[in-house]
Design a protein around this ligand. Structure first.
Ligand code: FEO
Length: 393
């Protein structure tokens, strides 16, 4: 078993490493995940968060390397979701005198719904808790990722215990960003943001404003590795994502039956590239929707194509659009351009359904709906490319 790791004097990583997690609510977690918990050894020993159900034994074993769990006086629950609170019942049995520190009112409500009446200690934004030589300051961060979320800050060591924010689904024997390498950690953080946090970008912006006055030396999230060498990089990147800033970048997503919609998709990619806009092609038969969303986060242009099948769009495309609609922040979508396209035989319902969903997402559709009947031909594809080129500013 990986041992507990000391982050700062008397502050330890303890928690669970889930090497085999491959699907988190439909998001493919190719590198597994971790459920980080942190122990502060002080006059009033404190555990910050627990772990997903099934990881209590691992967490407790790491705790026992440092302290008798019975001595824990506070368990801070920064977030009710069960990947962080799921081992609370076991921890409460081992630490029968511990108070459970949680946000008021949503943390108390959520924990009570999951675990019944317990010794809750509700806290508001700005409340402080003295542990002895360490202090914890709490700040509510609602909807990053549930209504109950809060973060805990230790001013003496300048550590932010950020829970879901700044996390990555990433299992590793390493605990710190600089031990893994920035490109890998950023790629995992981007996939996490795009698939978990993106719909709440407005709330992320408010949370970043609330944290802006803090001196932060280390960010200890509840998933993945701990930020100690690239704190400013992840804070700046989160600000960009929270603003839902896009880049001149196109994603072209499609499914196809007899390759006409596929030829259209390839032609759309060519049209972007010829206009100097990098583009990527995603066939829904071979790409997972959560990997596509990672790319959507940065893309100004989102082209989605389906032929007509059974009087509608293909189910693969419908599943992607359902996911896209749930994740795109409404306030940012209007700055981005949607390009619905697709082929048909005798009825245009497939591409029209795509257009309706993209419009419902709030995207601009300056090209209208681009369609081809039966087969592609050079003249038709040239018209398609001209329409796409006209969308590029
Ligand atoms: Fe990692 Fe919203 O739970």
């Amino acid at each position: 078993m990986l041992h507990a790791i000391e982050l700062k004097p008397d502050i330890y990583w303890v928690g669970g490493v889930d090497w085999n997690e491959r699907n988190f609510h439909g998001y493919t977690t190719d590198r597994g995940s971790t459920y980080n918990a942190y122990l502060i050894v002080d006059e009033h020993p404190t555990l910050i968060d627990t772990a997903k159900p099934g990881f209590a034994d691992e967490l407790v074993e790491r705790l026992r390397e440092i302290i008798d769990p019975a001595k824990i006086e506070y368990i801070v629950s920064n977030h009710v979701e069960r990947d962080h609170s799921g081992s609370l019942p076991e921890l409460c049995e081992l630490a029968p005198n511990a108070k459970i520190v949680t946000s008021f009112p949503n943390g108390v409500r959520g924990l009570t719904a999951h675990y019944g009446e317990r010794d809750y200690m509700p806290v508001k934004s700005g409340d402080t808790l003295s542990l002895g030589k360490h202090t914890l300051v709490f700040a509510h961060t609602p909807m990053v990722h549930w209504p109950d979320n809060m973060v805990s800050y230790c001013p003496e060591e300048k550590i932010l215990f950020s829970n879901d924010a700044f996390g990555q689904h990433f299992a590793s024997s390493k605990r710190f960003d600089d031990e893994v390498g920035l490109p890998e950690v950023m790629a995992q953080a981007q996939k996490y943001y795009a698939n978990i946090v993106m719909p709440y970008s407005k709330n992320v912006g408010k949370a970043l404003d609330a944290l802006s006055g803090l001196e932060i030396d280390m960010i200890a999230p509840a998933h993945g590795v701990i930020w100690r060498s690239h704190v400013n990089d992840i804070l700046e990147t989160y600000q960009r994502w929270a603003n839902f800033e896009s880049q001149e970048y196109a994603v072209v997503i499609y499914d196809s039956m007899w390759h006409t919609t596929e030829k259209m998709a390839q032609s759309i990619v060519e049209a972007f590239v010829e206009r100097g806009v990098p583009a990527r092609l995603f066939d829904l038969k071979v790409n997972h929707i959560s990997d596509i969303m990672t790319e959507v986060l940065d893309a100004k242009y989102i082209a989605v194509g389906s032929p007509t099948l059974n009087s509608g769009m293909m189910p693969t495309v419908a599943a992607f659009l359902c996911y896209l609609k749930g994740l795109l922040p409404k306030e940012g979508a209007k700055e981005r351009i949607g390009i619905p396209f697709g082929s048909y035989g005798w009825a245009q319902m497939g591409p029209k359904e795509v257009a309706a969903v993209l419009e419902g997402c709030g995207l601009q559709l300056p090209c209208g709906t681009l369609t081809r009947q039966w087969t592609e031909d050079e003249e038709g594809l040239a018209e398609l490319q001209a329409a796409v080129a006209a969308c590029v500013e």
